[in-house]
Design a protein around this ligand. Structure first.
Ligand code: NAP
Ligand code: MG
Length: 483
């Protein structure tokens, strides 16, 4: 189906063409054809968007002086607007990214929940009264930080943008959103939702553009108070440096190489199902994937067999016309990178237990077979580097101590899982896994109300939950001499 959604930049409440006249073609990874062409923002458009966003939060503006109750209603109106457009956004996301419509629908649902969750925060952002000397009143309030920049990736284009946009709006900030140029379409629906919800002009601005052009101009802009970046560790480091000149605060949600540790006392079928979801969902293009399966030697062969069997039987297919369970990966480049990792795994001595290449029955589309490597050593490239594709590395360990050591032996620290029915072992692992998130007997899972983020090279700061309220507000201390 042809694309008929928005293609212009949305700045200061106006849909407009890029000042340079340049555009971006976006591909449908299942057909390898151009699906849509959108306007491409450059530095001039970034300046205009930040200017509009600054005006929207200036003292006395409609947004700055809006009561918390009215802001709450606007947040619900955003959620309502997204809900009304859900079918359309899901279809667009599916074509733009390659994920299945089911997976796309889950993104939209999560965003609706997130807006409603943060709607409930608008009148709960409290300060405190601090006891000081006699005759004085000292208290704190939490103010919006101002203009917030949101630079989002292509793997969950709609959800990962909404995850930070919602708390930023709920706390009274304005937003400039730059989606990935690989999947720019669904982000434009935040502009449509803002229009439908009647948000004041300039509160939400959406500007597709390149990372090195618009992205870099936005993250280094003098008038941006906070940059939320979700993407690769390499670009995250650049963004932190770029934001330093403006002394802007930065939240970094970066890559991962999550372990799922399985002990013999676990429900092995449940573990196999959970792990397959955590590595083959979204064709493995997940920061929080459990891409390393760390298994006790007593059940190692059994687990390899179970997970390989599941992998061999996942139907592949993308777009809305197919009933595949796993779509293509996002681009030819991404596919090539994943295949290089698969070759590295073979060369370094791992055994292919399932998949290991491209499917033979597809005429078009950037498909990669769900792949399981057995006999993986944690020092191998496929165990240390983030592949960002449907490739699982299974590692054998002989006891609890070794399992913990291997699980923590990673440059990343986003999500970890442990499968066991031993209560004290579960708590010991929860305590000692060096990860921002630990799941026990669960595939990677999250909710709008739970903090999301990582340690080490996986970034800093937390999305979601109350943590995001702190992120997008700044404490002001007020001191009154009562005379
Ligand atoms: P990416 O290449 O780092 O790009 C992310 C975003 O940054 C895109 O919008 C990109 O724009 C932009 N960008 C690129 N260079 C930039 C620069 N110099 N200055 C400012 N912006 C720039 O990441 P990706 O390939 O889209 O996403 C995959 C990565 O994201 C993986 O490493 C994954 O683990 C990570 N991720 C993390 C989380 C999390 O919550 N921790 C969630 C999802 C994904 P263009 O696309 O237009 O170049
Ligand atoms: Mg695309």
């Amino acid at each position: 189906m042809d694309y008929s959604g928005p293609t212009d930049l949305y700045i200061g409440g106006e849909w407009q063409e890029a000042s340079s006249g340049e555009t971006i073609d976006t591909e449908d990874p299942a057909t390898e054809e151009t699906y849509a062409t959108v306007q491409k923002a450059d530095e001039t458009d970034v300046d205009a968007a930040v200017e509009a966003a600054s005006a929207a939060v200036a003292n006395g503006s409609d947004w700055a002086s809006m009561t918390p109750e009215k802001r709450r209603a606007k947040m619900h109106a955003m959620a309502d607007a997204i809900e009304e457009m859900k079918d359309e956004i899901s279809m667009v996301e599916s074509h733009d990214n390659g994920k299945t419509p089911f997976e796309a629908g889950m993104e939209i649902d999560m965003v609706i929940d997130t807006f409603r969750y943060y709607a409930g925060w608008t009148e709960k952002v409290e300060g405190e009264q601090i006891p000081v000397e006699d005759g004085r009143l000292n208290y704190t309030k939490r103010d919006p930080v101002g203009v917030t920049a949101h630079i989002s990736p292509w793997n969950y284009p709609f959800q990962l943008a909404g995850r930070s946009v919602a708390p930023a709006l709920a706390t009274g900030n304005s937003v400039v959103l730059k989606p990935s140029s690989m999947t720019p379409l669904s982000a434009l629906y935040y502009a449509k939702a803002a229009e439908k919800a009647g948000l004041p002009d300039g509160v939400v601005n959406v500007i597709p553009g390149s990372g090195s052009g618009a992205g870099s101009a936005l993250s280094s802009h003098d008038d941006v108070a906070h940059v939320t970046f979700t993407g690769s560790t390499g670009v995250g480091k650049t963004i932190q440096r770029d934001a330093a000149d403006a002394v802007a605060d930065v939240t970094l949600e970066l890559g991962g190489k999550g372990p799922a540790v399985v002990f013999p006392d676990a429900d092995l079928d449940a573990a196999a199902r959970g792990v397959q979801y955590g590595i083959f969902m979204n064709a493995g293009q997940m920061c929080w994937a459990n891409s390393r399966l760390v298994v006790h030697e007593d059940v190692y062969d059994e687990m390899v067999e179970k997970i390989a069997d599941i992998a061999e039987n996942i139907p592949l297919g993308g777009g809305i016309d197919d009933d595949g369970q796993m779509g293509p990966v996002v681009s030819e480049g991404q596919q090539a990178e994943i295949l290089e990792y698969i070759e590295a795994g073979k060369e370094e001595g791992a055994t292919v237990a399932a998949g290991g290449g491209v499917p033979e029955d597809k005429d078009a589309g950037h498909f990669v077979e769900p792949t399981v490597f057995a006999d993986v050593d944690n020092d191998m490239t496929i165990a240390q580097e983030e592949i960002f594709g449907p490739v699982l590395s299974v590692i054998e360990v002989s006891d609890e101590e070794e399992a913990l050591e291997v699980a923590n032996d990673s440059p990343f620290g986003l999500t970890s899982c442990v499968w066991t029915n031993d209560l004290s072992r579960a708590h010991t692992f929860a305590d000692q896994l060096e990860y921002g998130m630990v799941m026990v007997n669960e595939t990677p899972n999250t909710w709008p109300q739970t903090p999301f983020g990582g340690t080490k090279q996986s970034g800093h700061g937390r999305a979601q939950g109350e943590e995001a309220i702190q992120t997008y507000t700044e404490v002001k201390n007020v001191h009154i001499n009562l005379g």
